[in-house]
Design a protein around this ligand. Structure first.
Ligand code: UDP
Length: 331
């Protein structure tokens, strides 16, 4: 039986495919290559260029391949874009998931693990954030992900489909082989943007806000290595295959770093002075987001292997310095 990875050409999807293949699993990848890269797909995975919004393409795939469970990454993920163009996010993230679930129900595929986000919480009521804390998204991206979680819950009641929603904090780093890493166009994430400076592609890094109520005035985030996220997806799928009940889990390291601290670590790792410029706050950024991942550790048996920020940034730098232009074109 095979695992279907939707969005398996994207950042977290491609790393999950690598971990699945290395664990000896049979893997099918579908990606529409709008934001993903064909070159990021492991050569041992069976690849389909397909869109989750197409019943025709998804039905054909479920008929052809022996799919036992689905890991779903096929969504847009830029907060700023979701505010400027919310309907694009509803269309792809929510309607896309609706179409996918319809095809899954029609073909009797009843297990799904999918990427949710810390953005489902909005401004946190406390730190570290627990899964039971209130969910009040402050951006459309988080709103669509929360709606996806609820959609799965209603689908379970009606059709028996079981799901695990993984709420990631700040995904970063690159695969230990150096073959795949983080590539977005346009890039909006802190660590790849910082590394563009020593790569000669940017003169300085902008620091969005220096007046937050944190130890140095810059935002605090919980940075978690992409390969640790990938492992959590495999554990979550095994949990569902063993009969585990539907659930939601945070995934983070449980340690917060400020923007200034991340820049300092990147200076140490790269040996480059990396000039930084203080800029106004970015709209919608909470001051602090730090996860409690105790639930994932206890129930899924998850344990991050890359808890140290310097190791994480070093793995990202290993990929970025060798691939200053990412994967190039999407196809
Ligand atoms: N950030 C920054 N400069 C940048 C990009 C991001 O200061 O050029 C800050 C951003 O305000 C946030 C943190 O870095 O506090 C992480 O942002 P990112 O976009 O990587 O992830 P997010 O926390 O939005 O998921």
């Amino acid at each position: 039986m095979a695992i279907l990875v939707l969005g398996g050409a994207g950042y977290i999807g491609s790393h999950t495919v690598f971990e699945l293949i290395e664990a000896g699993r049979d893997v099918v990848v579908a990606d529409n290559l709008v934001t993903g890269f064909r070159a990021a797909v492991h050569p041992k995975a069976r690849f389909y260029q397909a869109d989750i919004r197409s019943h025709e393409q998804m039905d054909a795939l479920f008929e052809k391949e022996p799919i036992d469970g689905v890991i779903h990454f096929a969504a847009f993920s830029q907060v700023g874009e979701s505010m400027a163009n919310p309907l694009k996010y509803y269309e792809n993230n929510l309607w896309g998931t609706t179409a996918l679930l319809q095809s899954m129900v029609a073909h009797g595929v009843d297990k799904i693990v999918f990427s949710s986000t810390a953005a489902t919480y909005g401004e946190p009521e406390r730190i570290p954030i627990l899964e039971t804390d209130q969910t009040r998204p402050t951006n459309c991206y988080g709103e669509t992900k929360l709606a996806m979680e609820r959609e799965m819950s209603w689908t379970e009641r009606a059709h028996g489909l079981r799901y695990v929603a993984l709420r990631y904090f700040n995904a970063c780093g690159a695969h230990r082989s150096g073959r795949i890493g983080e590539a977005h166009d346009p890039e909006t994430h802190l660590i790849p943007l910082i590394l563009q400076v020593p790569n000669g592609k940017r003169e300085k890094i902008s620091v969005f806000g220096g007046d937050y109520p944190t130890k140095d005035g810059t935002c605090v985030r919980d940075y978690i290595h992409v390969s640790d996220l990938a492992q959590a997806h495999i554990l979550a799928m095994d949990y569902l295959m063993d009969g585990g009940k539907s659930d939601v889990f945070n995934l983070g390291n449980g340690v917060g770093f400020t923007v200034k601290e991340v820049i300092d670590v990147a200076r140490k790792v790269t040996g480059h002075p990396i000039p930084a410029e203080l800029c106004p706050r970015r709209a919608g950024d909470p001051a602090q987001l730090v996860a409690s991942s105790e639930k994932a550790k206890q129930i899924l048996g998850w344990k991050p292997n890359y808890a140290d920020l310097e190791t994480i940034v070093a793995s990202a730098w290993n990929w970025h310095k060798a691939h200053p232009n990412g994967f190039g074109e999407n196809v």
